[in-house]
Design a protein around this ligand. Structure first.
Ligand SMILES: [Zn+2]
Length: 357
């Protein structure tokens, strides 16, 4: 049985805090413990993450373990206490379930990075090996006794996202942050907030009282999302057990209900990077997707009505599908409100999103 990202983080943190590692890696493990706080990666300890990654990838460390002629996969295994050294100094494999669990935690951290521009808040990207079909803890779970299989799986280097895709995600998140700021300024009464609220949320039967409530809900809700984008805690990853599945074709999603992540996690899938599949494209679309998903996870919005709730399907609040003041339930209306408030829609894009059936 698999789990969400927060579940994988919890398992990895448990291993890092209580597991047994090679004493050659004491300093590095100590650093990783401070990086992995109970509620998520601590951006103040990215130095510890980098030091660990340098030690594994380049063998850069004062300690013997990392200075030897080992490859990155063997260094992980050595750090995870997977070798014993005989009297003659010869290494031999000493695998176990604990060793594979330690390897999995280290592999997760090896594929984690914090992307931030100088002086700005940043975002975590967890980019597990492209060839994995599940989280590292499950991918490696049964391999504790098999050195060759373990090393082969640890050697998978390429992450799911390419370098340019990681940049796309960070660019989208940065634009979303800037757009939210502008949307909030409009809502504070200075700009054309009232006009925009009507454009995206006033249904056939939305009263003036409803509009006032929607306006204040928007201000509170969007502020919450802005805070999440500035928190240095937001995590982007794909969902490895959906690789090859229909879900991989979506743009992005967040888990809800029993599966809801304890941490702030947005799952980015293949569709996110596709061109021409939506009203908006490129950076503007990446920002829209991120705001849309965060309204789900932070504000419990829905895709309403089911299967007919997206910008390309038309989300004019005057559409009878939103009867009963329902446009405010729909994540996509929130996302378009934000883009529009930030002047991010061309005339034709606005017309397309506001088309009526
Ligand atoms: Zn949605």
């Amino acid at each position: 049985m698999t789990h969400n990202f927060s579940g994988e983080y919890k398992i990895a943190r448990q291993v890092v805090t209580t597991g047994k590692f090679s004493s050659d890696a004491d300093t590095i493990v100590k650093g990783l413990k401070t990086l992995m706080s109970e509620d998520g990666f601590d951006d103040a300890r990215t130095d510890a993450l980098k030091e660990f990654q340098k030690a594994i990838n380049l063998g850069v460390s004062l300690k013997k373990l990392f200075d030897s002629k080992l490859g990155a996969a063997e260094r992980i295994l050595a750090m995870a206490n997977g070798y014993s050294t005989g009297k003659s100094g010869a290494r031999s494999f000493a695998g176990s379930a604990d060793v594979s669990a330690a390897c999995a935690a280290l592999k997760l951290l090896l594929h984690t990075e914090f992307l931030a521009k100088k002086g700005a808040s940043g975002f975590w990207i967890v980019n597990t090996p492209r060839k994995y079909k599940d989280w590292p803890s499950l991918e490696l779970a049964s391999l504790g006794g098999d050195e060759r299989a373990l090393l082969a799986r640890l050697a998978f280097k390429d992450g799911y996202f390419s370098a340019s895709q990681k940049k796309n995600i960070a660019d989208g998140a940065q634009l979303a942050r800037a757009q939210l700021q502008k949307a909030l300024a409009h809502l504070s009464g200075k700009g054309k907030g009232a006009e925009l609220v009507k454009r995206w949320f006033e249904t056939e039967d939305t009263s003036a009282t409803d509009l006032a409530k929607i306006t204040s809900d928007l201000a509170v809700g969007l502020k919450k999302i802005e805070n999440t984008l500035m928190s240095n805690r937001l995590i982007f990853t794909d969902c490895p057990f959906y690789r090859g599945d229909d879900m991989e074709e979506s743009e992005a999603f967040v888990f809800s209900g029993a599966w809801k992540d304890k941490q702030k996690v947005v799952y980015i899938e293949k569709g996110f990077f596709m061109k021409g599949g939506n009203v908006l494209s490129g950076r503007a679309n990446w920002a829209r997707v991120i705001v849309h998903e965060l309204t789900h996870s932070e504000l419990d919005t829905q895709d309403y009505p089911k299967d007919n709730s997206y910008g390309w399907q038309g989300i004019n609040p005057k559409d009878s599908k939103f009867k009963g003041n329902k446009a405010v339930l729909n994540a996509e209306n929130w996302a378009y409100f934000v883009v529009d408030a930030a002047n991010g829609l061309s005339q034709s894009e606005r017309v397309e999103a506001l088309k009526l059936p």
